[in-house]
Every structure is written in C-alpha cells, then in structure tokens.
Design a protein around this ligand. Structure first.
Ligand code: ACO
Length: 326
C-alpha cells in the first residue's frame, strides 16, 4: 500500500531561444555554453504563458492521463519561485483555471527542489487520507527573473511546467518507497533572488538590485554534486537499496557538467538517466516533472522498476525520492 503517480503532464512555451540567439544579447558563444553546460536551447514564455498558465496546462495533461477529474483533487501544490504574483499563490490561480473547486492550494518555495518537496508533502497527505487525489506541479518562468545583461546566469535558465497526479494504491509493491531531504540555510548567499524593495524603511535590504538571480557558479557546482550524492546515498541507507537496484534516474537538470560528475560518482550507466537540459535549460522546479514526461512510454505498461529523483537548489535545499513504478 502506498502513494503512486497516476498521471503526468508537461507544458513548454512555444518560443525556442538558441545559444546563437543569446550571442546577440550578451557577450557569449554557442561553443562556450555547450561546452560549459551542455545547453543548446531553452524555452521562453510569451503572451498567455505565465507560470500559472503553463502550470494549468501541464495539470490538465496529468489529469487526463490519470483519468481523474479536477474536482476530485483535494490538495494542489505548485513548486515555484517565479509566479507573476507574490499573492495570491500560483496554486490558487491554477485551481481556478482548471476548476479544482474542492482543493486547498498553496505554493512551495524550495527553488529547484520545489517539485520534489511537493511530492513528499503529497505522499504524506495521500497516506493519511487514502481516498484523496493530489496534484503536484513544478512550474517556472525564470526568463522573467534573470538579468539579461548577466551572462553568468541568463544563459542557464528556461521556462516550463510539469505536473503529477498522486493517489493511493493497494498494491504493496508500487509506491513512493522513501525520501531523504536536507536544507542548509547557512549557504543562502551563494544563490539568491531579492524581493521587491521594502516599503518599510526599517526593513530595507541593502544592495537590492531587483528580483534577479545572483549566484556563485563555481561554489554551487561543488555543493550541488556533493549534496545530491549525499541525498542519494542517505536514501539508500534508509531503504536498504543500492544504485544497482535503480532502473531510472530523473535528476534535476542544472547542467551537463554537474550531472556528469554526479553520474561518475554514483557509477550509474548513462542510459538509465533521463537528460533533457540540452533542450530546455535549467527549468528549476519544473525539471524533474518534465523528465517524467520525457520518459513516458519508455517501458511497456506494467513493467516493474525502481526510479529515483534527485535535486539541489537555492537554500541550499537538496533531496531524493525513490519510487517503485509499474
Ligand atoms: N559566456 C562566455 N564566457 C563566460 C560566460 C558566458 N555565458 N559566463 C562566464 N564566462 C567567463 C567568465 O567571465 C570567466 O572569464 P575570465 O576567465 O576571463 O574571468 C570564464 O568564462 C570562466 O568563468 P567561470 O565562472 O569560472 O566558468 P566555469 O567553468 O565555472 O563555468 C558555470 C560557469 C557553467 C556557471 C559553472 O560554474 C556551473 O555550472 N555552475 C553551477 C551553476 C548552476 O548550475 N546554477 C543553476 C542554479 S543551481 C541549480 O540548479 C543546481
């Protein structure tokens, strides 16, 4: 008995921005971006493609695959740091868009771990209320939050959304097997984004250049690899499983070099790993559910397998989830 994913969905903006197009915006090159990050293209939101609109579209796909009506959803969580509004939540906009009238809805701010932590919350909710259906979404339009004059950051990110519908299964095998998460607020200043300047002079934050992503790339690289490795090995210790038991790995897609280093340390064959960062860039909370979508149909229905999700992002926040699927 446990929580399973009943359906997944995704939505990407129609506009593709290539590395070559970026060459006309900042002092960079296709060659530099490819060799340093593996990214070739990213999607950029346009009219009608705000975070909640991408999220709602991904949600509709997931509900359709799950054959669940929007009104059956009891909990709706959106992992995001790039909603067009600070309040109400992106999740409430999505609720309204899709007609999930029975749900309670909230946003979850855990940067690139937003979907993963949402999945954890959803799993625990379903286990305490086994009749309920839950909708977890990761959605971002970070194109609205990067400084397009900063070549260190604007080349990395892309927009998109992915969603998963969760429900209870009586099958003792298929379920979320375990989770292992950790945050380290002491390292917040290696990757952050300001809010709008305070209207209370006593609460003003100095050197606030606006709501842009600011990061120390090299430091993040080191911490990302280490934290994801620790999340995975910690989870294996908790569950008694090992890397050899894993059939599919769906990591947060930050960039190829981070992922290559992680795969090398885990000694997991590349063909077991879902990689899409070359097409979408770093879509933060959306990257893992976009990976689910890209991986759909790779196995015959009913094929039993173990999948692992792993992520790292601002906070710092990191974590991993093991699921038995099929
Ligand atoms: N185009 C051309 N040159 C560039 C660019 C660019 N877009 N960006 C930086 N450079 C230059 C720098 O100015 C520097 O030039 P200099 O030697 O003359 O000073 C040179 O390239 C090397 O810069 P570094 O920052 O040292 O480059 P590095 O090899 O570390 O690669 C990168 C940078 C790709 C950002 C790497 O540090 C990295 O992958 N970090 C992880 C960051 C990340 O993924 N953040 C996403 C959010 S967190 C997450 O999702 C896990």
């Amino acid at each position: 008995m446990g929580t399973i994913i009943l359906g997944t969905g995704s939505c990407l903006p129609s506009r593709v921005m290539s590395n070559v197009e970026l060459e006309s915006i900042v002092d960079t090159s296709d060659e530099w971006i490819r060799t340093r990050t593996g990214i070739e293209n990213r999607r950029i939101g346009g009219t009608g493609e705000k975070t909640y609109q991408l999220a709602a579209s991904a949600a509709r796909n997931a509900l359709e695959m799950a054959q669940v009506d929007a009104e059956e959803i009891k909990l709706l969580v959106v992992g995001t740091v790039s909603s067009h509004m600070l309040m109400p939540s992106c999740a409430c906009y999505v609720q309204n868009e899709i007609g999930a009238a029975s749900a309670f809805a909230y946003d979850l701010n855990a940067a690139c771990c937003g979907f993963l932590y949402g999945l954890d919350a959803g799993d625990r909710y379903v286990r305490t209320d086994t009749q309920s259906k839950v909708l977890i979404i990761g959605a971002e339009t970070l194109s609205s939050r990067v400084n397009w004059q900063d070549r260190n950051t604007c080349i990395l990110f892309g927009d998109g959304a992915g969603a998963a519908v969760l429900g209870h299964s009586d099958n003792s095998e298929r379920k979320i097997i375990g989770t292992n998460h950790r945050s380290d607020g002491g390292l917040w200043d290696l990757l952050y984004m300001h809010n709008a300047p305070s209207q209370n002079p006593d609460l003003l934050v100095e050197d606030n250049p606006g709501a842009h992503i600011i990061m120390e790339g090299r430091e993040i690289f080191k911490h990302a690899v280490k934290a994801m490795e620790e999340a995975i090995f910690g989870l294996f210790k908790k569950t008694g499983l090992s890397i050899d038991d894993v059939d599919v790995m769906i990591p947060h897609q930050a960039n190829f070099r981070i992922l290559n280093k992680l795969l090398e340390r885990l000694e997991i064959p590349r063909e077991k790993v879902v990689l899409n960062v070359m097409h979408y860039g770093n879509t933060s909370a959306a990257s893992i559910p976009l990976g689910y979508w890209d991986n759909r149909g790779k196995f015959e229905p009913g094929t039993s397998r173990i999948e692992i999700d792993v992520a790292f992002g601002a906070g710092f926040a990191s974590g991993a989830i093991l699921r038995r699927v099929g």
